[in-house]
Ligand binder design. Structure first.
Ligand SMILES: [Zn+2]
Length: 246
């Protein structure tokens, strides 16, 4: 594998305390079978498609909502507020600027049906949707708002909302049962201790370091096999390096 820089910043944290930087413009592509047209960041779109294919979900798993502009997020917020009231809206809709849908890395999925609820799509634990859940981490996707972590994410349990965090982070988050908030905290603890977080996946060994975002390029660790860089929107740069055994 060659050294590559991941411009999609798959570990960008967007929540109520960490809004989407206004100047950010993800490189978007349309997602096949989106209803209506759904857009995602290039790499996230490719891996979502691959995961859906892998579980035999083509035509059965429907991408409902991907990238949203700030204006669209505002319209959804105002529309939901008018129709469903404030308590519901605060629970399920992020404020304009604070939705990770604005990164192009988040996707709401539904089980194919004649009528799909746009705000709370039906995406069960069983069947093809359950198979998608099991495989998602390997394709870099995680259930972003799990039950029992509402006090950390600030968002109610959303069984339909998946977030692309890339590889190997999707597998790590699933294996350690961490939200993105908790994972970035963990990497910060390793930064304070002055050592990388190490993870082994198949024949690959990964080292994951958090450094200050303005760290000079020549001081960033190099991987024998390759390297990915992602800002975390908390002033940090996550450097993921890997090498292959044997
Ligand atoms: Zn969503």
């Amino acid at each position: 594998m060659k050294t590559q820089v991941c411009w999609g910043d798959p570990l960008l944290l967007i929540n109520a305390a960490h809004p989407m930087p206004e100047e950010e413009k993800p490189a978007l592509v349309p997602v096949a079978e989106g209803r209506p047209q759904v857009w995602l960041e290039r790499r996230a779109a490719r891996l979502l498609q691959a995961c859906i294919q892998a579980v035999g979900g083509a035509g059965r798993i429907v991408p409902v909502s991907g990238w949203r502009s700030r204006a669209e997020q505002r319209a959804i917020w105002e529309d939901t507020l008018a129709k469903e009231g404030e308590a519901f809206t605060r629970k399920y809709v992020a404020r304009p600027g604070c939705s990770e849908h604005q990164t192009g890395l988040a996707i709401d999925l539904a089980l194919a049906a004649p009528h799909i609820d746009f705000i709370r799509p039906h995406f069960p634990d069983t069947g093809v949707c359950g198979a998608f859940r099991k495989q998602a981490g390997r394709y870099g996707f995680v259930l972003r708002y799990p039950a029992g972590k509402e006090h950390i994410t600030g968002i109610a349990h959303e069984p339909w909302h998946f977030r692309y965090v890339g590889t190997p982070h999707g597998v790590i988050l699933s294996a350690l049962d961490l939200t993105l908030e908790e994972y970035l905290e963990l990497l910060e603890q390793y930064e304070d201790a002055g050592r990388p977080f190490r993870f082994r996946l198949g024949e690959y060994r990964f080292g994951i370091c958090r450094l200050p975002e303005n760290c000079p390029a020549e001081e960033l660790p190099q991987g024998a096999g390759g390297r990915q860089l992602s800002r975390d929107n908390r002033g940090g740069l996550i450097v993921t390096t890997w090498s292959r055994e044997g």
